[in-house]
Ligand binder design. Structure first.
Ligand code: APR
Ligand code: ZN
Length: 383
């Protein structure tokens, strides 16, 4: 039992008071977990483009004032009365995609979209019982993706927490909570890339580099990496990109460049940005019978137009959240794969910073100067 169990905890958090405002470092109050919830002390939390999009309110799943952050690793501080699978001191990752293990999707081996993920718009920002656990100066703070990890303590439903190997460094494995796994799983679980394939990955941020890593693990022979930021070439090659293309260096649309370079198109393409025009390029760059996966998250309300003949000629357009991984089944194994050096994580992390510098980390990401920033609450947290 911890000394804080059953009590309201006062702690530091970055609060997004309103759309497009810089986050503000505040002391907030965090309630104890209800029956099927877990309160987690966050030790490391990654900065994902989805947090930046949340701040800009271009995604459907944000309500202000909010505590953003969803990619994190921490230690269980206390558990609700009905929780049996977690104990104080367990090392956990918080995952935006619930895995209730009860619903038809969770019971199916073929899909990972747990029913609990499909929250109606009136429930955005609330935990599953329709209430919240965080306040600041008497004002309710809304949860983000059920996780809200830009707070030193957060309360998460047990379906959104995964127990992991205690020997694993929390700062490194925190990034498996979203970006890396989302990219990495796409060629493995969603497209099942075949050995010898030619792949193209659009956007070489954490998600795209994760996809490159997945293509390589699946035995792809040629991996094109496409990014408008020329500085991404070097790091992309360390993850397995064999050919780097900057659309700004070409007169022709980039899918035509890819079709020419491959003599007919790619076997698999992955859009890891979330821009409708790029989604179109990615399907257009596939050869007949090829597959294109939507991995990046487009802004709310965006639509894509496409030539139906592309699919008539046997192309497959697919997509999915969290790389098709089922969190409770797959995440502990990803952590072990990292420990056995089967997957790279350290190479994604460009910088680590205290939570106080969260706005700076958002700026660096938007400026294309970093791949992944990992934030901490106490300088000793990464030990
Ligand atoms: N063409 C090619 N590359 C582009 C373009 C474009 N039109 N626009 C942006 N990019 C590149 C950027 O230069 C950057 O390298 O896409 C990359 C995006 O990477 P990050 O900003 O680091 O984003 P990441 O965290 O990887 O997330 C990507 O997935 O999780 C979702 O919401 C997230 O939609 C976002 C996407
Ligand atoms: Zn479920």
């Amino acid at each position: 039992m911890s000394s804080t169990e059953g009590k309201v905890i006062k702690c530091k958090a970055a609060v997004a008071w309103a759309k497009d405002q810089p986050l503000s470092i505040e002391e907030i109050e965090v309630d104890p977990p209800k029956s099927r919830e877990v309160r987690v002390k966050i030790r490391a939390t990654g900065v994902c483009h989805t947090d930046v999009s949340g701040k800009r309110a271009i995604l459907p799943f944000v309500r202000f004032p909010a505590v953003l952050g969803h990619e994190a690793a921490g230690v269980v501080e206390s558990v609700g009365s009905a929780v049996t699978s977690f104990h104080v001191g367990d090392h956990v990752l918080t995952i935006f995609l619930p895995h209730c293990q009860q619903c038809p999707a969770c019971k199916s081996p073929d899909q990972n979209l747990c029913e609990k993920f499909m929250v109606p718009s009136e429930s955005v920002g609330l935990l599953f019982d329709g209430t919240t656990r965080m306040r600041c100066n008497g004002k309710t703070l809304y949860h983000f993706l059920g996780t809200s990890t830009y707070s030193e303590y957060t309360v998460v439903d047990e379906s959104q927490v995964v127990k992991v190997n205690k020997a694993a460094p929390l700062d490194k494995i925190s990034i498996l909570s979203c970006g890396v796994a989302t990219g990495y799983g796409s060629p493995i679980k969603i497209c099942k890339v075949k050995p010898g394939s030619t792949c193209a990955v659009f956007g070489l941020g954490t998600v795209g580099l994760g996809a490159v890593m997945g293509c390589r693990v699946q035995g792809a022979k040629r991996i094109f990496g496409i990014d408008i930021n020329k500085d991404k070439e070097e790091i992309a090659r360390t993850f397995g990109v064999t050919d780097f293309l900057n659309p700004n260096d070409h007169q022709k649309p980039i899918h035509e460049v890819l079709i020419e370079a491959t003599g007919g198109g790619c076997d698999f393409t992955f859009e890891c940005i979330g821009i409708p025009e790029v989604l179109q390029s990615a399907i257009n760059a596939c050869k007949t019978g090829g597959q294109s996966a939507i991995v990046g998250v487009p802004a709310e309300g965006k639509t894509v137009t496409f030539d139906p003949y592309k699919l008539l000629y046997g192309r497959v357009w697919t997509g999915g959240f969290y790389g098709g991984f089922k969190p409770k089944n797959d995440v502990p194994g990803l952590v072990d794969d990292y420990m056995q050096k089967k997957i790279m994580l350290d190479e994604f992390i460009s910088t680590t910073m205290p939570i106080d510098d969260v706005n700076k980390s958002f700026d660096l990401l938007l400026q294309g100067k970093i791949v992944k920033a990992v934030l901490y609450f106490n300088s000793g947290d990464f030990k």
